[in-house]
Design a protein around this ligand. Sequence first.
Ligand code: BES
Ligand code: ZN
Ligand code: ZN
Length: 502
Amino acid sequence: MNIEVQVQDVLTYKGDALIVNLFDGVKKPGGATGAVDQALGGLISQAIAQGEFRGKSGTTLLLHTQGKVKAERVLVAGLGKQEQFGLESVRVVTGQALRVLRRHGCRRVGTILHGSGAGGLGVKEVAQAVTEGALLGLYTFDRYKKKEEDHKPIQALALLLRDRVQVAEVRGGSGTGQIIARAVNLARDLVNEPSNSLTPQALAAQAQSVAKAGKLTCQILGKRQLERMGMGAFLGVAQGSDRPPVLIVLSYRGGRRKQPDLGLVGKGITFDSGGISIKPSEGMEQMKGDMAGGAAVIAAMGAIARIKPPINVTAIVPACENLPSGSALKPGDVVRTMDGKTIEVVNTDAEGRLVLADALCYARRLGCPRLVDAATLTGACVVALGSVRSGAFTNDQGWMDRVGAAAQAVGEKVWQMPMDGEYDEQISSDVADVKNIGGRKAGAVTAAKFLARFVAEIPWVHLDIAGTTQADKEKGYTPKGATGVPVQTLIRVALDLAAGKD
Ligand code: BES
Ligand code: ZN
Ligand code: ZN
């Protein structure tokens, strides 16, 4: 879909549909909606008066214009209560409105910039939010489905504004929105892609193509190199599969220093069967998405490379499959990480923390002064927080607050979980330095506690995204399936860091 900026009166916009809006409870529409209402001979006010439409969030009213305005149709989108209105509502409303219009076969759509009128939200921010809502809300994953005869995607979205002075701002906001939304959609594609196609090697190839498109360097470390570095935990997980592991390292240099300012680490298990501690078959197909953290990190790096903040960011994604076979890791095995710690592998299904242990050591070796990792790490986190919030864990409250603020700003909800020292007991092993499971209690916390051993003193936030990366029903601008969480948070963390925000 093409997104263009047009200086034009809404009444003269020619296209299949025009989107205007209404706040909940407003009886007499004003502004652009008022002008359209008048041109339509009061059709909108009539629908309001008759109680058919009242501007509730998520509702829409579709009218045919019969030539009274230049657009074929007008869609009035409910903005919800004015007190609750914000950029997140703009994204939701735009995504929903465009999905309705797509169902009606509209190809060319114009929209006003919701809430950017006098005294409202900034026009640049609204242009970004409209763009994000549009691209995120219209996302589909249909590459394996036969195209329907009447399949007609929306081709063009025009952002309509009346004041020429705002053109540059709207272009800028929309440009940023496109970079961010396309990154989120890339992560969604990678999560939705089945594991027979998205192998560790394919994920590495994706990282390489992201690197090529931006100012990024990409290093793919193979099995030999991992052996040389002593990444025994990562190699242990990978050894049951015929496909070799890869360590994907992407670096962005926007700052003057040589060292990275920020390290992003993402779990890249392209399929998690559980290994010898095999999972029940029901729902196992969802484990094609066990690389969602890695996908988010790679996609976020692509966006960072385009936005070009003045800092250095390094991303690390350990990618492999977790499968049972004659060569697979077995319960009771002991593996050694690159920093020399030994791990008793009590359950081979707790593989994410094993691959991350070596990846976090590597991040430390590269000199990352602060870290964020994203991983579909535990079912326990899904039990605790459902699919509404990701779990957040830290060893540094100041860094947590900054990452939390970034997540909040982009509408990706997180909830901080405890990290008391008492939980450490649960992962102490009789035969090694640590064991990879901590029993039934507080499973998401003991997993984070395990990771904490490998980050040492570096300020670090771990995001357990097991419950938030795949949605079982559509919501707002997030269709069913992969959500793309936490791509937006990771981008925002980098931008805030570059802007020196504390
Ligand atoms: N990839 C899973 C976690 C997961 C569960 C992600 C549900 C998405 C949805 C992880 O590797 C895993 O299997 N964790 C185990 C850990 C247990 C053996 C300590 C779990 O949560 O059951
Ligand atoms: Zn597992
Ligand atoms: Zn897993």
